[in-house]
Design a protein around this ligand. Structure first.
Ligand code: SF4
Ligand code: SF4
Length: 83
């Protein structure tokens, strides 16, 4: 999963772009729900939030939630094909 760092300026660009509704406004900056972030696997070649974010290196890999491709695919299946 990815992580939004304190460099976030709350520009609102990333929130509507997430295919998993993983991004929401937190107490002071936007936050990513790690249970919903698939790093965009199954939707886009690269994480779309990173692509639209105007501030470089604001959205990074979450060091506390490192996942391999298989784990990300599992999450995608869980989120989108639960039935
Ligand atoms: Fe959403 Fe993709 Fe960003 Fe994860 S990487 S928060 S799934 S837009
Ligand atoms: Fe923050 Fe970047 Fe999202 Fe804008 S696009 S709200 S700066 S994380």
């Amino acid at each position: 999963a990815l992580l939004i760092t304190k460099k976030c300026i709350n520009c609102d660009m990333c929130e509507p772009e997430c295919p998993n509704e993983a991004i929401t406004m937190g107490d002071s900056i936007y936050e990513i729900n790690t249970d919903r972030c698939t790093e965009c696997i199954g939707h886009y070649e690269t994480p779309t939030c990173q692509k639209v974010c105007p501030i470089p290196n604001t959205i990074i890999k979450d060091p506390a939630r490192a996942e391999n491709e298989e784990q990300l695919w599992d999450k995608f299946v869980q989120l989108h094909h639960a039935d």
